[in-house]
Ligand binder design. Structure first.
Ligand code: ADP
Ligand code: GLC
Length: 476
């Protein structure tokens, strides 16, 4: 066995605001199958020590950015978790980053996480475990490769994964000292980013290898529209950058065993009809012959949620129905409230976060809408495929890599699994939905499309082998 330390700010089943948590929670089992023993380091946010039954103290320090800290080992979802217990940084209400307003000391909070990752890599835990590779996720762990590079030299390799480049971990230059960063690293070639510090840039510059969560997004990231200022940094490291598509947990997302729903399978979709009827009722929607569309998403412009209100009018006029679950941008929430009010019985809205309801929606929906402007990977289109809920997606990032568009050729060859549209605007999206309504009326073809999606291999098999091979390649 070789050892790898995964460093993350979220991990299911302990704490989740988005897909990063799902991926961090799935990776340990996925790479274990290839001989890698992964432990996951994350902050001990309020209540987590108890949730993970964490008791074994495996690392401690009298002083970590303003207070004492220890790492307590526990277990979550069958995986070993290392909780960084530093009450002055993490024991507070308000979500992992502060909600609705970010905590002002987030730079220190996540620098501390990265700093401890580097300490563990350098000196190991008290039980003797020490990683060969540190795998850092997003800006929150971006400084781990930097702390490793600038401290006592070590033989530990680093991998930096970008889940979302829109969050770059920017902090004022005046914080260099407070974050224990070397002043001579504050140059455009290293930490400096438009006069400030970017912890994500630091990771991209200092890690041995960089990954992101789909091959298309890896290529997109080197272009200005997607790199959001970091495209040059990424292009300079093109040879070390690769895209590895996320998988999903096919046990949790399994329509044959999902406890939330009437079970069904690709062999018999009869159960899916019952879920559809139940979902219509749950959202107060009228029965319809048109497709029942679902959305489970953060309500942000990244996700294209500002396009929904405009595109939905025609869709519901053509017999479609829409059930939305999500929360986010107050303006988008208001627009969707108005849409629901203007289309009673056809558009239903639930503002909030509800894991169980999301399962019922994937089981009951006919299509899932994912019109993202950019999407590193995206998970909901994968859940859609798994549940025979045909994905209608923007042709970008991981959406482009995981859904085969029903164009004439793909349909004739029998390989399509959903619908893609591009460019990403309201008119093109509405036009695509017109085609979907039409396709939905051709029942035999539609059932084929559903079943083909359900039979896709959506688990971690291939991608976990790719991660393991990457760890092997960088390990010194
Ligand atoms: P991102 O991480 O950018 O938000 P992903 O598609 O990778 O996008 O992951 C989002 C995850 O969060 C999925 O597991 C999705 O089902 C879940 N999710 C998003 N919004 C909600 C919600 N309101 N209720 C329940 N689950 C949600
Ligand atoms: C980010 C991305 C999403 C991806 C997830 C997990 O939140 O926005 O596309 O699926 O990370 O990698």
């Amino acid at each position: 066995m070789r050892n790898v330390l995964s460093v993350t700010s979220e991990c299911v089943p302990l704490v989740k605001t988005g897909g990063l948590a799902d991926v961090a929670g799935a990776l340990p089992a996925a790479v274990a199958a290839h001989g890698w023993d992964m432990r996951t380091l994350l902050p001990a946010y309020k209540g987590l020590l108890k949730k993970a039954a964490a008791q074994d103290v495996v690392w401690k320090s009298k002083e970590l950015f303003g207070g004492p800290a220890r790492v307590v080992q526990g277990e979550a979802g069958g995986n070993v978790v290392l909780l960084l217990d530093a009450p002055h940084l993490y024991d507070r209400d308000g979500g992992p980053y502060g909600d609705p307003v970010d905590f002002p000391d987030n730079p220190q909070r996540f620098a501390a996480l990265s700093f401890v990752a580097a300490e563990i890599a350098r000196n190991g835990l008290s039980d003797g475990w020490r990683p060969h590779v540190v795998h850092a996720h997003d800006w929150q762990a971006g400084l781990a490769p930097t702390y490793l590079k600038y401290g006592t030299p070590t033989d530990v390799a680093t991998v930096m994964t970008v889940h979302n480049i829109a969050f770059q971990g920017v902090a004022p230059a005046a914080m260099l000292g407070a974050l224990d960063l070397p002043l001579d690293a504050f140059t455009p070639d290293e930490l400096e980013y438009w006069g400030q510090i970017s912890t994500l840039k630091a990771g991209l510059v200092h890690a041995d290898a960089i990954t992101t969560v789909s091959p298309t997004y890896a290529a997109e990231l080197m272009r200005p529209e997607f790199g959001l200022g970091l495209e040059g940094v990424l292009a300079a490291r093109a040879g070390d950058l690769s895209g590895i598509l996320n998988g999903i947990d096919t046990d949790v997302w399994n329509p044959e065993t999902d406890p939330e729903i009437t079970p069904y399978s690709a062999r018999s979709l009869a159960g899916k009809k019952k879920n559809r009827t139940a979902l219509l009722a749950e959202f107060g929607l009228s029965p319809t012959k048109g497709p029942l569309a679902i959305i489970v998403s953060r309500l942000t412009s990244q996700k294209g949620m500002d396009l929904i209100a405009g595109a939905a009018e025609e869709f519901v006029a053509n017999g479609g129905a829409l059930a939305i679950l999500g929360s986010g941008d107050p303006q988008i929430e208001d627009d969707l409230r108005l849409l629901a009010r203007n289309n009673p019985g056809q558009v239903g809205l639930c503002i909030g976060y509800d894991e169980a309801l999301s399962h019922r929606m994937f089981a009951g929906g006919d299509i899932v809408l994912v019109p993202s402007r950019f999407e590193p990977c995206g998970l909901t289109q994968l859940y859609g495929l798994r549940y025979g809920t045909v994905p209608v997606v923007a042709a970008t990032g991981g959406l482009a890599d995981s859904v085969v568009n029903s164009n004439v050729a793909a349909t004739q060859m029998g390989v399509s699994t959903g619908f893609q549209f591009h460019p990403i605007d309201k008119g093109v999206f509405a036009h695509c939905l017109r085609g979907v309504v039409d396709a939905f009326s051709r029942k035999t073809d539609w059932t084929r499309l559903q079943k083909r999606g359900m039979k896709q291999d959506l688990g971690w098999g291939a991608s976990s082998a790719t991660y393991a091979a990457l760890y092997e390649r960088v390990a010194k």
